[in-house]
Design a protein around this ligand. Structure first.
Ligand SMILES: NC(=O)c1ccc[n+]([C@@H]2O[C@H](COP(=O)([O-])OP(=O)(O)OC[C@H]3O[C@@H](n4cnc5c(N)ncnc54)[C@H](O)[C@@H]3O)[C@@H](O)[C@H]2O)c1
Length: 359
C-alpha cells in the first residue's frame, strides 16, 4: 500500500515471518545504522528471534504504559538516542503497539527536525488503524494525547502473526476500530467482508483476517489522504469516540480503547435514532453487527455526571454543546455540534438498561 502525505509519501507492506526476513525489508538496508525502540512485553514474547534480528545494534526497551508516553519521559528517549550517537543518516526502528508508535513518532518528527523511521506495529489496533495517518501524540500531566505532531514513518512492515500473542481485550480493541471503519464506508462489498469475517470461528487465524485488516486501512486512507491534518472529513473517524473516550476516562481505563469505541458507536446510534437522524431499520442493521461485540462492562460503577464531564473535555468539541459523530445511514456520517447534555441524560438510562444486549 502506498500512502500519500504532505510530509512524505510512505508505504506499508505485509511481511510473513518478519523476524526471519530482515534481508527482505529494504528500508533496513540504508546506509546509516539502525537504532531500535521495542515494547518490553513484545521483546519478552519474541526474545530469541528478536535478539537475532537486532544483533548488536542499540535497543531501548520501553514498557507500553501511558505514563511512559508523557512529556516528561520524552527527554529520556532523546537522551538515550543522542548518547548512543544517533546521526541524521541513521534510522529509528520501532516494534510495538500504539504507545511505542506515539513515542517513536514524536521523537522521529522532532529530533534533528525529522529523522528516518521504520515502524513495525505489533498490536491489532496499530496494524489495522494507527500505523497510518501520520498522527503522533504525547500525554501532558493528566491530559491524554494533548501534545503532538503529524509525522509518518518512512515504511511500515506488518506481520499479522504478532496478533497471536495479544490478550483478548487488546485483540478486541483492534476489532472495535475495524468494525468502525467498515460502518463508515458505503462500499457494500467491504461490509459483507466484515460480516463474513466476524461470523467465522477463529478471528485471529481466519483466511479473511489479512483482507479485513487491509480493508480497514484502505477505508481509513480514503478519509485522511485529502484531509491529513484532522479537519473536515477526517473528523468522521471519531464515530463512537466522544462517548467511548469518556467511558475510558470515567472507568479509569477499565475498558480498552477499541472496546469503548464499540460501546460509543452503540450510544451514538441510539442518540441518532432518538433524534430521528437514523431510521429504525438501519439502526437494527448496525445493531446486528455490533451486538455480538459489545464488551462486558459494568455501568453501575459509572457516574453519569462524571461521564458527561469527560464528554465535555473532548478535544473535538466546538461550542457550548457536545460534539458527536452520528450516522444517517451506513457510510454517511455527520458531525453534530449541538448535542445537548439533556439528550445524553435522556437516553443514558435506557441504553444502560438494555446493555449488554448479547448476554
Ligand atoms: N497515533 C495514532 O494515530 C493513534 C491512534 C490510536 C491510538 N493511539 C494510541 O495508542 C495507544 C494504544 O495502543 P495499542 O492499543 O496498540 O496498545 P499498546 O501499545 O498500549 O499495547 C497494549 C499492550 O499490548 C502489549 N503488546 C504489544 N504487542 C504485543 C504482542 N504482539 N503480543 C502481546 N502483547 C503485546 C503491550 O506491551 C501492552 O501491554 C494509546 O496510547 C492511544 O492513545 C495512537
Amino acid at each position: 500500500m502506498k500512502i500519500r502525505s504532505k510530509i512524505k509519501n510512505y508505504s506499508l507492506e505485509l511481511v510473513d515471518d518478519l523476524l526471519d526476513s530482515k534481508d527482505r525489508l529494504p528500508l533496513l538496508k540504508s546506509k546509516g545504522r539502525l537504532f531500535y525502540f521495542v515494547d518490553r512485553r513484545f521483546q519478552e514474547l519474541y526474545k530469541e528471534k528478536l535478539n537475532k534480528f537486532i544483533g548488536n545494534d542499540f535497543c531501548l526497551l520501553i514498557d507500553a504504559k501511558e505514563d511512559n508516553k508523557s512529556y516528561l519521559k520524552i527527554a529520556d528517549y532523546f537522551r538515550a538516542l543522542i548518547k548512543a550517537g544517533f546521526s541524521r543518516n541513521d534510522t529509528l526502528v520501532t516494534f510495538g503497539g500504539g504507545i511505542l508508535q506515539d513515542i517513536s513518532g514524536f521523537i522521529a518528527s522532532t529530533l534533528y527536525r525529522g529523522i528516518n523511521w521504520v515502524y513495525v506495529p505489533t498490536t491489532l489496533l496499530a496494524q489495522a488503524d494507527s500505523c497510518i495517518g501520520s498522527k503522533t501524540s504525547i500525554n501532558f500531566d493528566s491530559a491524554k494525547n494533548l501534545i503532538g505532531t503529524f509525522y509518518p514513518p518512512d515504511a511500515i512492515y506488518l506481520d499479522q502473526s504478532f496478533c497471536d500473542s495479544l490478550p483478548d481485550d487488546a485483540f478486541n480493541s483492534g476489532l472495535g476500530e475495524i468494525i468502525k471503519f467498515h460502518l463508515l464506508t458505503t462500499d457494500q462489498k467491504r461490509l459483507d467482508l466484515l460480516q463474513k469475517y466476524l461470523n467465522g470461528p477463529d478471528l485471529r487465524h481466519s483466511p479473511l483476517f489479512k483482507k479485513v485488516v487491509l480493508s480497514s486501512l484502505y477505508i481509513k486512507k480514503s478519509y485522511f489522504e485529502t484531509e491529513e491534518f484532522d479537519k473536515g472529513r477526517r473528523n468522521l473517524l471519531n464515530y463512537g469516540h466522544c462517548f467511548g473516550h469518556a467511558l475510558e476516562s470515567a472507568s479509569h481505563f477499565g475498558i480498552s480503547h477499541g472496546e469503548a469505541v464499540i460501546v460509543g458507536m452503540g450510544f451514538a446510534n441510539a442518540l441518532a435514532l432518538k433524534r430521528g437522524v437514523l431510521k429504525k431499520p438501519t439502526f437494527d442493521r448496525i445493531e446486528a453487527i455490533l451486538k455480538n461485540r459489545y464488551p462486558r462492562f459494568d455501568f453501575s460503577k459509572i457516574d453519569i455526571t462524571d461521564l458527561i464531564g469527560y464528554m465535555k473535555q473532548d478535544k473535538k468539541r466546538a461550542g457550548k454543546d457536545l460534539t458527536m459523530i452520528l450516522p444517517k445511514t451506513i457510510g454517511r456520517h455527520f458531525k453534530y455540534t449541538d448535542v445537548k447534555e439533556s439528550e445524553v441524560r435522556g437516553i443514558y438510562d435506557s441504553f444502560v438498561r438494555q446493555y449488554p444486549r448479547l448476554n
